[in-house]
Design a protein around this ligand. Structure first.
Ligand code: ZN
Length: 390
């Protein structure tokens, strides 16, 4: 078995608080790590590094766990640049714009959907992302949701059934009938291709009873629950997340102190998606309120053609620091270990013995530059399982 030594690491973010400086990031300086069979088998001071078959020296650069983007909608066709321009000119964002992407996605071939997904996954890899959760939700028929998930699993094992994204126009007069479809025939067709079930619990999308029904049906089919909650206003999404034991409640833009306490008590991760607030010119979630309440916070992109068309985790980190008053350390943890927690994974989002060798090399001496140098392409190399992705 070939072993591979990465050395000359000026600053290594391990996310293992038993290592290095003892902070949540577990920072090691002048460090090295050894990879074997897609896993990290050793981390420590450079001078103590064991011999390996091959080695590379990163010349004092910072090395971090690859970003874990735990919330994306990358199976779609078309683009909504005009809608974005209209929004910037003063029109508000509503859940209804999704319908135009649904029409384009239904009209696209499987090959077009796959090619668009592959292009976006590669774009994310160049920005340090090594794990992506990918949702369906622009098909909204049995066949189109099932093929969306069949496309998603080409790129990730973290595929999410989101038949309950919005009620499609053909069911506008019969939302109950659509929930029946989502919890029945559509679920049967989609469950074999999905790990997760999700629902957009929001005014204009699905209410608490419908959201609960969707998640419980998905769980009955062996899927794990997660939810779009409290994006456009206060609402029941977080309560439903806590009731069903969701891995994560995502958006959480409008929350009460009670919501935040409930997330802590239920052990539900709050996934904040500041690219959405940036791209819809909306108020940001209360990140400090979550952190002070002891909630586990993740950062993700929500990359989608409507409300936020960025695949950049470094942008989300910069926004979290600048606009949500997270420290750079909190934001980097949330974009790596926090994302892993939101996907209930303990093999990613950290770099220590036994983790996957999913990592990025920064063209900078410290992770602080991710927030300090916004908009700059700082990721010099991305590896997944020790193999170079970008
Ligand atoms: Zn979303």
């Amino acid at each position: 078995m070939t072993s591979w030594l990465l050395t000359g690491i000026g600053e290594l973010v391990t996310n293992d608080p038993t290592l290095g400086d003892g902070s949540p990031l577990g920072l090691l300086h002048d460090a090295a790590l050894v990879v074997e069979a897609e896993s990290v088998v050793w981390v420590g001071p450079r001078r103590e590094a064991p011999a390996a078959d091959e080695s590379a020296d990163v010349g004092g650069a910072a090395v971090l766990p690859g970003f874990v983007d735990s919330h994306t909608h990358l199976v779609f066709a078309g683009d909504r640049a005009e809608e974005f321009a209209a929004r910037m000119a003063g029109e508000p964002y509503s859940a209804g714009g999704i319908a135009s992407t649904v029409a384009a996605t239904r009209a696209a071939s499987d090959e077009e959907l796959s090619a668009n997904l592959a292009r976006l996954v590669a774009e994310a890899a160049r920005q340090g992302t090594t794990t992506l959760e990918v949702k369906s939700g622009y098909g909204l028929t049995v066949a189109d949701e099932a093929r969306s998930l069949a496309v998603a699993v080409q790129a990730t094992s973290e595929s999410t059934y989101l038949g309950a994204h919005v009620v499609p126009t053909e069911y506008a007069d019969d939302p109950a009938g659509y929930v029946e479809l989502v919890t029945g025939a559509m679920l049967d067709a989609c469950a074999p291709h999905a790990k997760w079930v999700d629902v957009f619990c929001e005014r204009g999308a699905f209410d608490a009873d419908q959201a609960r029904a969707v998640l419980l049906a998905g769980m009955g089919a062996g899927l794990l629950p997660r939810i779009h909650a409290n994006q456009l206003g206060l609402g029941p999404g977080i309560t439903v997340a806590c009731e069903v034991g969701a891995a994560a409640a995502d958006h959480c833009t409008f929350t009460t102190a009670e919501d935040r306490r409930n997330l802590t008590d239920a052990g539900v991760v709050a996934t904040l998606l500041p690219g959405v607030e940036f791209s819809t010119r909306s108020p940001y979630p209360d990140a400090r309120g979550f952190l002070e309440a002891g909630v586990t916070v993740a950062l993700a992109t929500d990359c989608n053609p409507g409300s936020c068309f960025t695949s950049s985790m470094p942008l989300c980190i910069a926004l979290a620091v600048r606009e949500m008053r997270m420290t750079p350390a909190e934001a980097v943890w949330a974009a790596t270990a926090g994302g892993a927690a939101a996907l209930r994974r303990d093999d990613i989002g950290r770099l220590s013995a036994g983790s996957r060798a999913d990592l990025l090399v920064l063209g900078a001496p410290t992770y602080l530059h991710l927030a300090y140098r916004p908009g700059v392409p700082l990721v010099a190399a991305t590896y997944r399982g020790g193999n170079r992705l970008a």
